[in-house]
Design a protein around this ligand. Sequence first.
Ligand SMILES: *Cc1c(COP(=O)(O)O)cnc(C)c1O
Length: 231
Amino acid sequence: MLKENYKKVRAAIDEACEKCGRKKEEVLLIAVSKTKPLSDIEELITIGVNDFGENKVQELSKKYAEVSKPVNFHLIGHLQTNKVKQVIGKTCLIHSVDSFHLAEKIEVEAAKLDTTVDVLIEVNVAEEDTKFGLKLEEVTALISDIANKCPHVKIKGLMTIAPFVDDPEENRPVFRKLRQLSLDIKSKNIDNVSMEVLSMGMTNDYIVAVEEGATIVRVGTAIFGERNYNI
Ligand SMILES: *Cc1c(COP(=O)(O)O)cnc(C)c1O
């Protein structure tokens, strides 16, 4: 079932790419396995799935330690500074940097290990109170600051969690704004910053996100089914 679900989502992405003249290789599908058992991850690994999304450091660390072969774990949830140390080396990309304070902490820990850490800047495009992330107008200044002062932190692009809406079309302007911002920042050619990655789109709106330029979509429910947070 999981395998079929994954293939369906992948096929829908590929079709959307074709329709809007993008290469399907441009879009990475992350299977968001948060709250789901390791056996679900193992099942998807058998069909070659290599990228999984987790939103909690503890859960990511446990799955990282137990998985039968190395795969990419993306940290997509909010990261507290006191958990930074635990997650470095286990995640291929932190999608949720939203303050200088957090970047600084990553810098210190990465420098200690003589490594670099790839990150995205999380933007709260719709300015929802319930969500983490920067306002659009705060992003460029934060990126310049991190680029100047945190040589071990490599900014690769932007991420957003769009509002939960009934009609995914409602999120099209959100995705469009994030893409425009990434183009604006790219045109500044800031040293140590690349804007290749746009992480946007979830179960309800990933097709619209692909049409608007997403290079990573993060899909949980459409692959693994509903999540149960009470177990
Ligand atoms: C849970 C989560 C997802 C996946 O959401 P679905 O609607 O189940 O596809 C994507 N991104 C983030 C940041 C999440 O926390």
